[in-house]
Design a protein around this ligand. Sequence first.
Ligand code: SF4
Ligand code: SF4
Length: 408
Amino acid sequence: MLNQRDLQKCIHCGLCLQACPTYVATGQEAESPRGRIYLMRQAHEGRIDWAQAARHIDTCMGCLGCQTACPSGVPYARLIEAARATVNQQARTPFQRWVRGQAIGSFTNPTRLRWMLHMARALGLRRAPRWMANLLGARESAVRLPDAPRRPWRPTRAVYPAQGERRARVGLLLGCAMQTLFGRVHRATIGMLTLAGYEVHIPTNQGCCGALWVHNGYPRQAQRNARRLLRAFHTVDYIAVNAAGCGSTMKEYGQLFADTPDQAAAQAFSARVRDVHELLADAVLPPPPRDDTLCITHHDACHLAHAQGIRNQPRVLLQQLPNLKLVEMEGADMCCGSAGIYNMMQPERARDALHRKIAHIKATGATIVASANPGCTLWLKQGLEEAGLPIEVLHPMEILAKAYDAMP
Ligand code: SF4
Ligand code: SF4
């Protein structure tokens, strides 16, 4: 539910404008955070229909660049999530809601996602067909479909013991896209966490964290998913997350369950959620056995930098490798346009953000981009390949696990 007090916190100063990728691209007030908050307020107070505000609510990347830039503490994440839920209910037909729900349901179910990707490959499809994009309200299908591994990665144990003295028991979130497409990142994460002294548990019956649902205006479905995680991870000290979007959502479960009987349990769960960089930064790692010469630039996933305030930890961890040169790119924390399923819904805007990001990566001369969010990683890979740039995109855990010989 939109909260009038949250809306009134915006004092229209405009200090957020240059942090907003859609404003930077268009120069239009309605495509800025300030403009969107104004539209939300107008619709909330009944001065305009939600249908009039919907276009600009839809084009928001939800990157939260504005939230960290705002000196007045406007809780933009809460506002945009509530506005999207209202737009869904008041400005879309039941059929439109159903189509979007089906799309999100497919991406958040690892079995369905894998099956879909295998089918697409068998049919020779490199992108979703245009009619499918049209159903989602997009004019074209911009996102290249990734290849799903023939055999998905499965953990070989329920518990991976800590090396040396145990610091804590952590449960690893497997997630949806991460589990389907990034098994290697999970292996690297397990390797680094156990090396740092964490005992890593892989609870069964995990499922999706609900991030895509809540970011797209489906809070009830997000709650259903969250409840399953609350049950699955009740025995561990911390819940370790290696995907930025999932971690930020799980840290906000208290808000997702606001004014419900589950709120206290959700808040207690959120207090145990840690991004994997936070866990490693708290530990002391031995010197790495390998000292490959690497030139890396770091892309700050929005839901790591803006939503969780995690900027230094990945950089500090990477710079522990003796021959690693970290070159900062311009606009490292500006959204790449992936933004969950934004690049499917708003391909033009998403491409614009991607091209800007690729130009900044190219300017660094780096041969590796570190990225800790699956959506960003796939989108950046696509952009780099389309630009003909031989630059790898790797999760920091992959880079670290290789240097530490820690891949289980
Ligand atoms: S979330 Fe990102 S795209 Fe949306 S208004 Fe804020 S800065 Fe702009
Ligand atoms: S959201 Fe914050 S920074 Fe942007 S106009 Fe409002 S008060 Fe100013």
